[in-house]
Design a protein around this ligand. Structure first.
Ligand SMILES: Cc1ncc(COP(=O)(O)O)c(C=O)c1O
Length: 443
């Protein structure tokens, strides 16, 4: 149950009515957005996971429609109003004289965005390149690392399709060998996951691909343990991490994962503008990674060689900084706890639904906000379309390898009432499904 017995709540209510007030108490600082919204900033140690008052202010920072229940934030997330406004301002400015404002003015701030991203990622700005999405970051790595014919790459059948396709293209073109392992999800045993990777290592293994948080079911893989096992097998193995779903969702720093390369989208959990992403390359590896779009010196040790994209949207890139400020106001630990709470909130209320099953762990070490569920006897597409038809609940039907179900992804702006609606609708669909099945079997 949400905890409403919090004395701070009254403070929050009070400032809610006092637009323009910036600081009301040393314990509670109100953060005024450019749009006049006030977001409470609470003491670092305060646990607000179940404090619906706190989260209702966060909800108001978004412009999401109340006429659709968007539970597919795993696909792409909306931006808080501050980010949309910043993007709009940069765009309007750029349109006053595009080449002047984009290339001579806004571009200077690229280094500030890089520094903010590096702070968030816990690495050096000299290891961060700004790009358009996780696909671009990861394909830069996949096509850019040096591999010879016959070299082996270990990956899973549950990796993201763009990633698998890139590796397959490299297999066709360069004669590398892909060694796929398959994971039966959920798995709540890190050693079991590590042992599956280890079993695929051979003397020819030269690279390992790790999806940190799997888009299909939300499973978190023990990236650092897999990386360590790979490096123990052979110190020269190159470890590539897909952080598209874990960045700004799970609370960690990129070097904690012990990989050589890492790619993520920023338009998922960070809520940056659509079409923003980030590439991390460990300093010692930059020189030997070939860029997709060639700069003057492709073997330069400067991370900026991966940003030779030509003309792109500078307003979009500049607005990333505003998304980081918004994220930091909440804090990653607080955000991760809330997201995990939201997932467990609805799943626990569905465990007694006849025919309900899930391929997602409920434990925080193995999952975050994403959960994939199924109803016995119904196709995922059928369940997803019933959810939308009955309650305008937008989800994602997933069928891939050994995963089949409907993926539900709330975000920090999701009101509890929307999850109650989800639970009621799942109960109703399942009840009718069981009645229909009984009718058929008694015929
Ligand atoms: C695990 C994973 N990796 C990579 C991507 C690609 O992200 P983007 O579409 O931002 O390139 C996604 C997108 O959903 C994903 O889920």
């Amino acid at each position: 149950m949400p905890d409403n017995s919090n004395s701070r709540r009254n403070f929050v209510r009070k400032i809610g009515g006092l637009a323009g007030l910036l600081s009301v108490s040393p314990a509670l600082v109100a953060w005024k957005t450019e749009t006049g919204l006030i977001i409470p900033e609470v003491a670092a140690a305060e646990d607000v996971t179940r404090d619906e008052d706190y989260w209702s202010f966060i909800q108001q920072a978004y412009s999401v429609s109340p006429n659709i229940i968007n539970l597919n934030n795993g696909g792409v997330s909306p931006q808080p109003i501050v980010v949309q406004d910043a993007l709009d301002r940069y765009n309007r400015l750029s349109n006053e004289a595009p080449s002047y404002y984009m290339w001579r003015t806004l571009d200077e701030a690229r280094e500030a965005v890089r520094m903010k991203l590096a702070d968030l990622g816990g690495c050096s700005p000299e290891e961060i390149a700004i790009n358009r999405n996780a696909s671009e970051a990861l394909e830069t790595i996949i096509f850019g690392i040096n591999l010879q014919r016959g070299d082996e790459v270990v990956l899973t059948k549950q990796d993201y399709p763009n990633v698998i396709n890139a590796w397959k293209q490299r297999e066709k073109r360069d004669g590398i060998i892909l060694k796929f392992i398959s994971l039966d999800l959920p798995i709540e045993d890190n050693q079991l996951i590590v042992s599956k990777f280890k079993a695929a290592f051979t003397p020819q293994t030269k690279a390992v691909m790790i999806t940190h948080l799997m888009n299909w079911s939300g499973q978190i893989l023990p990236a650092a343990l897999i990386s360590r096992a790979a490096k123990k097998h052979s110190p020269t193995i190159q470890v590539i991490i897909d952080g598209a779903h874990s960045f700004a969702h799970i609370n960690y720093k990129i070097p904690d994962l012990e990989g050589d390369y890492y790619g993520t989208s920023l338009h998922k959990w960070l809520c940056s503008p659509f079409g923003t992403g980030m590439l991390y390359v460990k300093q010692a590896r930059i020189k030997d990674l070939w860029p997709l779009l060639a700069p003057e010196d492709p073997q330069s040790p400067d991370i900026r060689k991966f940003e030779r994209l030509g003309t792109r949207s500078f307003p979009t890139e500049m607005a990333i900084g505003h998304a980081i400020n918004f994220h930091n106001t909440i804090g990653n630990e607080r955000k991760q706890k809330r997201l995990h709470f939201l997932k467990n909130y609805w799943v626990e209320k569905c465990l007694n639904v006849p025919g309900f099953s899930t391929q997602t762990s409920l434990k925080p070490e193995f999952s975050g906000a994403l959960c994939t569920f199924a109803l016995k006897g119904m196709e995922p597409g059928q369940v997803a379309s019933e959810l939308f038809k009955r309650a305008r609940i937008h989800t994602s039907a997933t069928v891939w390898e050994n995963i089949s179900g409907v993926r539900i992804t709330p975000h920090i702006y999701t009101p509890i009432k929307d999850l109650d609606r989800l639970v009621d609708t799942i109960h109703a669909i399942a009840k009718e499904n069981v009645t229909a099945a009984n009718r058929t079997s008694s015929k």
